[in-house]
Design a protein around this ligand. Sequence first.
Ligand SMILES: Cc1cc2nc3c(=O)[nH]c(=O)nc-3n(C[C@H](O)[C@H](O)[C@H](O)COP(=O)(O)OP(=O)(O)OC[C@H]3O[C@@H](n4cnc5c(N)ncnc54)[C@H](O)[C@@H]3O)c2cc1C
Ligand code: FES
Ligand code: FES
Length: 471
Amino acid sequence: MNVDLTLNGQPRSISDVLPHTTLLGWLRSQGLTGSKEGCAEGECGACAVLLSRPTQEGGTRLESVNGCLLLLAGLNGQEVRTVEGLGSVGALHPVQHELAVRGGSQCGYCTPGFVVSMAAEYYRPERQAGEHSNGFELEAIHGNLCRCTGYRPIRDAALSLGQPADGDLLSETLTRPSPLPRPTDLITPSGHFHRPETLEDALHLLDQLPGAKVLAGGTDWGVEVNLRHARAAVTVAVEHLPQLNTLTWTPEYLELGAGLSLSELERRLGESVPLLHAWFPQFASRLIRNRATLGGNLGTASPIGDSPPVLLALDARVVLVSASGEREVPLSGYFTGYRQTVRKPGELIRAVRIPLPLAPLSGFYKVAKRPLDDISSVAAAFTLTLEGGVVASARIGLGGVAATPIRALATEAALIGQPWTLAVARQAARVLKAEGTPLDDHRASGAYRAAMLEQTLLKFFHEQTESAVGA
Ligand SMILES: Cc1cc2nc3c(=O)[nH]c(=O)nc-3n(C[C@H](O)[C@H](O)[C@H](O)COP(=O)(O)OP(=O)(O)OC[C@H]3O[C@@H](n4cnc5c(N)ncnc54)[C@H](O)[C@@H]3O)c2cc1C
Ligand code: FES
Ligand code: FES
């Protein structure tokens, strides 16, 4: 079967696609060498391309994504635009023009990636120019690295961009519906790639082939494919399935589909779940969040994944589905050992449910070597309810301090029933320091992790009391 793409506005029907060929590898093999390979693991943004995604209003959003992590087979039916499709030497795109006139490029290796991420922000439907700003969120380029120009001229270019002019051809396409991923059955001697049409088809496939690799955004799997040469005999893409794309408020819980990208969740939830609102910007970069999903984060079961501490503090439940039906397990009982969970072969994570109402106080603290776009050394999330100044309920989720993400049960017990004072917070922070069994590794020593845990609770206390004073 061929993989059909719209590439830079032109239909392409691609034969002989192998299931593990990345979009970046294929683009470069076609002579489209604007997109570069810097790291092949989602860290540098040199490979960024624009992927068309549907908006809730029925139009199209251009999202900047890492071409090195996308599998070509997973893009059947979709629309991709590379830097070559934005402008040319004689007709620069406004983003390219601003970068050029402000000295935003020296060796130029990173420049196509910056152009693409800046173009995504340039066309972002919600970008509103104000009196003192063009509405450009610099976060859009947090996943792009430049090793020689320095970021100031790039930032100047970003902050100088106007709005797309009337008649801008790309702007006009954004009002049309976005092409969607198509059902795909790619059978090759080096593996099979399936994108089932329905959840039932997906569950049937996984029932028959429980060892198949489930694929969502590919931000973990793409790294395995590129750097560790991982290969799956059968890959089953699931992130498009409607049952994995729910975002539903009920009186009892909020359901978040496991296949929604973190960017989509971030946009649609706004500030309605303050803990998630605090967490999203600390997760990787915009490029990664445009693809990464909750299902993938829980699917890896990494002890340093960021969503488990947050979801443990929110007392979330995981909805698992298989050919034999659906079941719900508390996240606190989901992890059973290092990268092991109660999820059975053939089961998919369909959604996460967060009980309502939410606890009024919450905070998320991620300690990493860099403040942005880095994996945590240790992470802690808190939710707290006060009644008359006394802690009525406390839930604390921790990552990076044991073989699995854990609840800080001893610290919760030290807080509940106590007045919410500095003395109590200090005492509980000492208990928190001793929770888990933090390891020494290349990210941090066990002693450093424990010391940082203690600080997270003190920081939470000070932030909450300061905001109460400020309110
Ligand atoms: C540069 C970079 C930065 C990153 N930064 C962070 C960070 O700050 N914090 C963090 O926690 N992670 C980070 N990650 C890791 C990764 O982005 C996350 O784990 C992400 O949530 C994975 O989601 P995905 O949809 O891309 O998963 P995929 O790569 O598609 O899948 C990951 C795993 O989950 C399984 N899976 C996916 N969906 C399901 C499902 N619905 N049901 C069952 N199994 C499923 C897959 O089989 C696979 O084993 C980073 C990765 C990169 C490359
Ligand atoms: S090549 Fe570095 S992010 Fe893709
Ligand atoms: S211009 Fe050389 S890496 Fe950015």
